[in-house]
Ligand binder design. Sequence first.
Ligand SMILES: *Cc1c(COP(=O)(O)O)cnc(C)c1O
Length: 375
Amino acid sequence: MQRPYNFSAGPATMPAEVLAQAAAEMLDWPDAQGHRSGMGVMEMSHRGKEFLSIYEAAEADIRELLAVPAHFKILFMQGGGLAENAIVPMNLSRLRAPEGSKGSADFVVTGSWSEKSSKEAARYCETQVAASAKADGFTSIPAPSTWKLNEQASYVHVCTNETINGVEFHALPDLKALGSDAALVIDFSSHVASRTVDWSKVGLAFGGAQKNLGPAGLTMVVVREDLLGFAQSICPSAFDYKTVADNQSMYNTPPTYSIYMAGLVFQWLKRQGGIAAMEARNIAKAELLYSALDSSALFYNKVHKDCRSRMNVPFFLRDESRNQAFLDGAKAAGLLQLKGHKSVGGMRASIYNAMPIEGVQALVDYMRAFEKNQA
Ligand SMILES: *Cc1c(COP(=O)(O)O)cnc(C)c1O
């Protein structure tokens, strides 16, 4: 069965193979040797050997895929990216703070998500906007050399892929080279596993699963061990990274089914050739779509070429009165969920790992036909 291509920004399209495997295992999960458990995954104790094997395989697979070094912990949490906007400052703001102070954090504001993060963190510590691209409508990334970093900051927060604005960091900033001893915190929710990560530059990375890893309900946090143990006293125990790490993400019941599904996605990624192979495909998909936009008289994208997102491509029709016709025709052509975010307008095509290049080609073909039909 050929399903329609789904361009949702999240929760987003999943590999059909993964959904089919989950369906086949829904009533009776078999282990790797094919032994039937007699239970579905969501019916298993999180402390039983069956679920533990699922958990450990998922963790090992994503560690291998993302080449996460041994001195980083991988945590499977809940609350999504938005909860991390509070959990991160509660855990890290005191890293480099004088005794008795809540400490401070710097924010590089490159779109809606980093702006949200900076506002939420201000409830838990001192914050400062070190650089902002708001004045140009979030279509660029301020050069790191221009960032006004606070020498005392415990960490610098960057959203490395702005899902709504379609702006992506194609290289991580090197805080050390900028003269800063702060830890780099990256929100990689919407491009995790789409490209390799230079962990030498990162202190902590977090991402909700529902863009590129699996279903909603799971948040993955990758944190360098030396950043653990600084939580403010108001931090809920279930959100203290050290507590979570010390208990193998099972201080409380983890989102077991979402972890299982993400684990199936990790196995699928390995079958695809791993992250470097996915990255090459993602580059090809993005080039196909952006070159169609750049050569069109009707459609356009506003983001500077050096920071265009490979995952989320916002675009506009020069004749906005044709928006609804475009969306209706797209749906009829089997191209779903292309409407842009309400704060930006226009269209947005999210082309995560699970979107094959054939889906992007189908979108480009449809756009060309739509443009031609009204010329
Ligand atoms: C989706 C998203 C979030 C928010 O995730 P929730 O799970 O809804 O809390 C945060 N940051 C980025 C970059 C996102 O794309």
